[in-house]
Design a protein. Structure first.
Length: 474
């Protein structure tokens, strides 16, 4: 399938331990600062735009399927199925991605409804890939930690060409599905999927095999290959579009860094590509702010543009750069492309002032008219940190500031979604009223604190240390 890799890219080998020792695992990443009001605006989600884009995609799928069926006995079937396959087994990738992050629709049920069929179109097991992507965002292109490094060095050109028809990647996923259906999880998957989710992996794998078996039976009964050409085989012959876009994300850039500007690539693309790819061409921006929905990626780019390296001007330019790196890595696998950083960029010192807790336990956060709907403010006081927000219906809430799933993710950098607060790192959510986890990957609650608007100020009641210890004992 290609040349021997110069490092062990598995998640259970020596590189995994080395990355932990070097402080690269679940570490704090550089993030271009954005004020809380702008973050709230960029985080805003809508069902309308997501529904329109989803219906357009489904309509294109249905239309090209009908076209392919109508010309199935002519040579026109080849281009018709090629377009259908690109929409089915290719453009489903960006839909799987956005629905998996739950940022496309405001309604969680709508994201979930479309996440599962998009996963099947790509032969990606929903639970496995949800947790794989959580790890990918924690440890992006960190060797030994990131399960989604799909282009180990040196770049295997033969494998890349073969995967234009999914000849290696899709069978590999099918073999893994078959193993999981037998109840056997490989070591890499077991390292990032929680034990209490393993039964989901087995159940989903068996469902996938049942669907594929039903389609094959349909082919036998109908004495026709066409059912598989519509369901199943597009995952192969449409995979070229996954590869076409996916190659531009990280190839040739740096491994083992804690700055997405060095290991991810933003590429300016035309409107058709941006629709097919759902704006994931803004890939640096997405990794910095995964809670921002795809429709706001261009606005996010404009907001932080001055702190980014020069974006790649076109897809063609991106591939020129990639092939230059690939050629160099054939003889020197350690070769990495440089990125010129804007002058003055770098680590951002904390600007969060310590607020003083009054004798009555109340602390002022900010003037009430400065906390807009959907906005979150960070509050640091008494050696602890909190996230204070106003939901879009005007309610005020305060919770512990650090996500219980990630020791470095501050909830004030996340999003308010309905009556929940969303972690900025992995899109896990907590109920603002109770602090209980409502969406994976978070499983442990955060504490909530009484919050009021009084005398034109937003105020939060912080229990004394003794009171907190007493409550913990209880």
């Amino acid at each position: 399938m290609g040349a021997t890799t110069y490092r062990d890219y598995s998640l259970t080998g020596p590189e995994a331990s080395r990355s932990i020792e070097r402080g690269l695992a679940d570490a704090e990443w550089y993030q271009t600062p954005i004020d809380s009001g702008t973050r709230a605006r960029l985080h805003a989600r809508t069902n309308g735009r997501a529904a329109f884009d989803a219906m357009l995609w489904v309509a294109l799928l249905a239309g090209t399927a009908l076209l392919a069926w109508s010309v199935r006995d002519s040579w026109w079937a080849i281009p018709a199925f090629a377009i259908y396959g690109a929409l089915y087994g290719g453009s489903a990738d960006s839909r799987w991605h956005e629905y998996g992050h739950s940022t496309a629709f405001r309604s969680e049920w709508a994201n979930s409804l479309l996440y599962y069929p998009a996963s099947f179109m790509l032969m990606r097991e929903p639970t496995v890939w949800r947790w794989s992507h959580v790890r990918h965002h924690s440890d992006t292109i960190v060797v030994g930690r990131d399960p989604e490094i799909v282009f180990p060095r040196p770049f295997a050109i033969g494998t890349w060409i073969g995967n234009m028809l999914g000849l290696f990647a899709v069978p590999q996923m099918l073999r893994r599905i078959a193993r999981h259906a037998r109840g056997t999880l490989d070591a890499d998957v077991a390292s990032y999927v929680p034990v209490d989710k393993h039964h989901n992996v087995v159940r989903e794998a068996r469902l996938y095999l049942a669907i594929l078996a039903a389609v094959i039976l349909w082919c036998v009964v109908a004495t026709s290959i066409f059912p598989l050409l519509f369901i199943g085989l597009p995952s192969f012959y449409g995979f070229w579009l996954v590869l076409f876009f996916g190659t531009t994300q990280h190839v040739g850039l740096r491994e083992d860094v804690l700055d997405h500007r060095l290991n991810s690539r933003t590429v300016y693309m035309n409107p058709i590509f941006r629709f097919l790819y759902l704006n994931m061409n803004y890939h640096v921006e997405h990794h910095m702010y995964p809670t921002v929905p795809y429709r706001n990626m261009a606005a996010l780019h404009a907001e932080i543009r001055s702190d980014l390296p020069e974006p790649t001007p076109s897809t063609v330019a991106a591939y020129r750069e990639i092939f230059r790196a690939v050629r160099a890595q054939q003889t020197d696998p350690a070769f990495e492309l440089d990125r010129v950083m804007p002058e003055g960029s770098g680590s951002v010192a904390s600007t969060h002032a310590e607020a003083v807790v009054g004798e009555d336990g109340w602390v002022s956060v900010c003037p009430a008219d400065e906390l807009d709907l959907g906005e979150i403010r960070r509050l640091d006081t008494a050696g602890a940190t909190y996230a204070v927000c106003r939901t879009r219906d005007g309610s005020l809430h305060a919770v512990d500031g650090i996500c219980t799933h990630s020791r470095i993710a501050h909830l004030a950098d996340g999003a308010v979604v309905g009556d929940e607060i969303e972690c900025p790192k992995h899109n896990g959510r907590f109920a603002l009223a109770t602090g209980e986890p409502t969406r994976d990957p978070v499983t442990k609650a955060v504490k909530v604190y009484q919050t009021v608007e009084e005398s034109g100020e937003v105020r939060v009641h912080i229990p004394s240390l003794d009171a907190r210890e007493e409550r913990a004992v209880q």
